[in-house]
Design a protein around this ligand. Sequence first.
Ligand code: GLC
Length: 603
Amino acid sequence: MSPADPNPDLHPGSVARGDWWKSAVVYQVYPRSFADSDGDGVGDLGGILDHLDYLELLGVDVVWLSPVYRSPMADNGYDISDYHDVDPLFGTLEQLDELIAQLHARDMKLVMDLVVNHTSSAHAWFVESRSSTDNPKRDWYWWRSPRPGHEPGSPGAEPTNWGSAFSGPAWTYDSRTGEYYLHVFTPHQPDLNWENPEVRHAIYAMMREWLDRGVDGFRMDVINVISKVVGPIGADGRVTLPDGVVGGERDTRWPGVVDTDVFADTPAFVLNGPRVHEFLQEMHREVFSGRPPGLLRVGETPGCPVEEAVLYTDPSRGELDMVFQFEHVDLDSGPKGKWDLRPMTMLRLKQSFGRWQDGLAEVGWNSLYLGNHDQPRCVSRFGSDAPEHREQSAKALATVLHLHRGTPYIYQGDELGMSNPGFTRLEQLRDVESLNHYATAVARGENPADVIRALAYKSRDNARVPMPWDASPGAGFTAGTPWLDIHPLSSSVNAAAQVDDPDSVFSHYRRLIALRHAEPCVAHGTFRMLLANHEQLYGFERSLDDTRLLVVANLSSAADVVPNLTELVAWSSAEPLIASVPGSSPAPTDPLAAWESRVLRLT
Ligand code: GLC
């Protein structure tokens, strides 16, 4: 059944619709790696301001800016020490105001990253919280006594047996007050205690300030981690946190973040916790309601099953507009987690995406993504980075992704077909998750070469190498020494080589974005999977009123794959809209070359 369009008279992109973001495309800027304007080797706001023409040419509607707030950079800015200021590494508040103004002048929006599951340990709130057991901010974080019968600070004395997502225990001992604090991520990222209403109201006040400043919404970092499973009040007057089972079943909703041979699997205690929906509804009331329409609320939600996503994004519940779910980026994780690699097969990807399309068909909305700053490059993971297939597979993946129902996100450089850079040495890596994993895995006896191989495939640094703007030695990214090496293909794979080439990956992305803007069926049509069991071809149909779109892609390196005629024959008179092979005008049932993709329309 076609979900009826509640606003058929309004242009699909009009903010007055409330759901303008369904026909929008979001572009993620990871500022550290986008463009460096002052030669210190690190990207900055000045660099972003220098490249707004590029974003406008691409045609994106929204820029999601990864954190630029003040930070000690233990996790590249996802450890915020001051929510109200810009880190000098990235520039100034005035430049951020300028960015907001310039994006608005170009009819684009700015969505800020909001990191409120945790702060930096250098944040004034935490500094005060750790100063004494009786200071007013003590309860703003999760402080707990050592486990009775254990030497405080020694292994096993942690208040619970939870592991951190970035290796080691989720608790760090602070000898000044003799207690531990909780951190789901690094020890530099203590978790805020959302049970405390003062914490929540301080966060809401900060969010309102950013909206007053002109930002258009938030991408909310690990927002489904804010509510922890708590037990009854303990002898110390604080709610208890329960132990889990060490060596037990891994929580398949967020595999691989915790070493379950040593720790209990933390996700069970922190994901989609008992009060998360209540907190988000409160946030909506306190921050967003009563403001003009158009503000965007995107929740990053690892380990979020589709049924839970319906709850987060049902418009009548007033929580989020869409989620960033992780199911498809966990498909190549084996039973031992993220670094236990198993092949990414197209069939499993199709099944997963299909399940999400069906699950949100009537109520709710999804973000569509294949890459971001936490994932390896999509071409190397879901496509092929072999020289003969890289460009075509980048186009095919983009075609399939952008034509699904949901809001597509482009991670900087994916529109150029960037691949993993091919790390071979630990010295090439900077990311805290990768470095911690290497140290832990090697200490546990794993072969260093195997660990490097897994990092070369999945390290977050794959996506963080500088954006290649041109063929110069600094790739047009920096005049100095880049914080992470320039990609080895930058002399050929770069923006300057692609923006004016109609056959480039960049131009293909432009066409896909333009199609979403022009054809309401892309944003609002129903989705029906075709060729469901085909191991190479990915096919589906979109339909809205009298318009039907057909998407067929060969997501494999096999040549001349012939589509199953019975499912596609009705399309023989369809008009080709976007073809990935330059100059071709294929019929739906023509054989598809390796990584060829087609979009056709039947009216
Ligand atoms: C999110 C961010 C990631 C960060 C983590 C902790 O997953 O995307 O980069 O490391 O949260 O803030």
